[in-house]
Design a protein around this ligand. Sequence first.
Ligand code: SAH
Length: 228
Amino acid sequence: MFRASVLTLFPEMFPGPLGLSLAGRALGEVWHLDTHAIRDFATDRHRTVDDTPAGGGPGMVMKADVLARAIDHASPADDPRPRLYMSPRGRPLTQGFVRELAAGPGAVILCGRFEGVDERLIAARGLTEISIGDYVLSGGELAALVLLDAVVRLLPGVMGHAASGTEESFETGLLEYPHYTRPQVFEGLTIPEILVSGDHARIARWRRAEAERLTRERRPDLWAKRGG
Ligand code: SAH
């Protein structure tokens, strides 16, 4: 069972959308989720989790001592699971890393808020920073949900059709070819003739060529990486 532990100021945000559809049906069966309210690990009367940044400047910083207690509670020292901190400064999330996570025992995921977390915590608890893209969210929760959605759908038994995990965008280093379904004519547009020809070899060649064309046109960065 893939075990996800999420540390957040807003545990009500979980499982959220992951409680629905394929991921929701698999929750408790092939993956497990526990959430830990960071505020429960504050020790003062006001349950303080943040403080002003050393050196001045705007915003607040999440306190290392409170976060360390939350992590130690959710993930003992011998926990084999990677500890992730969702962060715009992190390593960009890729399908390759998603696959790696899905093959492992789970993940401990820290969601930041405000300006982020005290830098010392990242080293002290061996956190790997992961970014879901070059934009800034108001908190790590949506980023954690994105990461978990991508992982959970790869877990055995979650998706109906095993092949649909491997033919998709990024799995082959290419964007996926276009899809069509009935009706045969939609607003005067027809399904490409090849796809209704029944000639599976030609269909495979056409899909390959379309995937390459789309990747070249839309993602020259991916195309260059393939040496295309
Ligand atoms: N001051 C920080 C941004 C803080 S945003 C900076 O400029 O780098 C608040 C929290 O949202 C972060 O601690 C992080 O957990 C989350 N977050 C924001 N953008 C994110 C992204 N692109 N990927 C993953 N997490 C993100």
